[in-house]
Ligand binder design. Structure first.
Ligand code: KG4
Ligand code: ZN
Length: 335
């Protein structure tokens, strides 16, 4: 059987990325140009600046991905690109580059859902991974439980009603004066803390597989405010650890519930928050307790990258799922 080479392109938020993946499982190159230090000054991603930086970076990043992989466009079988969800101006840069490249070199275009891309990063972590399996998607904008019933079929079980898990990390970090992005900062601060020091409540929902983090966010903000008003010293590590535990407990509880209900025996973590070691360890332990197995991507493939887009693109290629050249960006594309 002929080898399949996919060029992946990603520009949905503040990373400009390109990668070449062979047969969906072998990473030939993984180039990521991060804008984090630029946006940090503003405490979060500034969409206009992100678009402009993507324009500057996109062609050099694609060139670098091809040259590091040692392949020319003539060897590439298809161009896979994120077309949503994300910032519309940012998405359009990668999408326009991909469409131009596909058209000029007469290669098929494959529009990829960024969240499905995150799920597929796990195919690089576990060479045995095959559907069906469960996915817990925890990114900056999304929190969801998803059944992966086939390589190209999914079933959404439930998602967050308000804030995403990553968003909660980012907002609490911001309130505590920590730099953007807040997730890794909270994780670091929590290392020295007592995760049972403060009992932050997490909303109880009547529907299974759903999440809500906005009440938790308010509880942490109120706690910090009240301590300050009372002139009491706050143990910041305890706050970070207790907040992180509350988020992780809510995620793990629903994940366990979903596994028991479906009888699945494998779950994958997907999205930026999957880089969190406490989440990885707590979920792995809970899965072991019910005879299931956790898979999570390597750290570099947890956050935004183009390897995952190329990998998702490979399975869409195999399924004959191609996109027209007039494909538009969809900032609110759903799972
Ligand atoms: O998947 P991602 O890179 O971008 C989106 O698609 O949203 O996820 C970014 C999110 C941010 O909210 C960031 O704070 C969070 O992932 N994150 C983490 C960690 N690393 C990144 N959250 C908790 N712990 C981490 N180690
Ligand atoms: Zn992402």
């Amino acid at each position: 059987q002929k080898d399949v080479y996919i060029l992946g392109i990603e520009s949905s938020c503040d990373e400009t990325a390109a990668a070449v993946v062979k047969n969906g499982r072998e990473v030939l190159s993984n180039i990521i140009s991060s804008q984090i230090v630029i946006h940090r000054k503003f405490g979060g991603v500034v969409p206009e600046i992100a678009s402009r930086k993507h324009i500057e970076n996109i062609m050099p990043v694609i060139d670098e991905a091809l040259s590091q992989a040692g392949v020319g466009m003539e060897q590439i079988d298809a161009v896979a690109v994120t077309y949503g969800p994300g910032l519309v101006g940012a998405l359009l840069v990668g999408l326009s580059a991909a469409k131009a490249l596909a058209w000029a070199t007469d290669k098929p275009l494959i529009g990829v859902n960024h969240l499905e891309g995150h799920v597929f990063a796990n195919f690089l972590a576990d060479s045995e991974l095959k559907p069906p399996f469960m996915a817990l998607v925890v990114s900056g904008g999304h929190t969801a439980l998803l059944k992966v019933t086939g390589y190209n079929s999914f079933e959404l079980l439930g998602q967050t009603r308000d804030d995403a898990a990553g968003e909660a990390f980012d907002k609490i970090a911001r309130v505590m004066g920590l730099p953007y992005p807040g997730g890794p900062e909270i994780e670091r601060l929590a290392l020295g803390g007592n995760d049972h020091a403060i009992d932050f409540p997490v909303a109880r929902l009547d529907k299974p597989y759903e999440f809500s983090f906005s009440g938790l966010k308010s509880a942490v903000i109120n706690y910090l405010h009240n301590q300050q008003q009372a002139g009491r010293e706050v143990n910041r590590s305890d706050v970070a650890a207790s907040f992180q535990r509350a988020v992780v407990d809510a995620l793990v509880k629903e994940a366990v519930h979903a596994m028991q209900h479906t009888g699945y025996n494998k779950i994958v973590l997907a999205g930026g928050v999957s880089a969190n070691k406490t989440l990885q360890n707590t979920l792995a332990q809970a899965m072991q307790g019910i005879g299931a197995q956790l898979v999570h991507p390597t750290p570099i493939l947890c956050t935004d990258n183009a390897v995952m887009i190329a990998c998702r693109g490979y399975f869409m290629y195999q399924g004959g799922s191609f996109s027209p050249l007039d494909l538009n960006a969809n900032p609110s594309l759903k799972l």
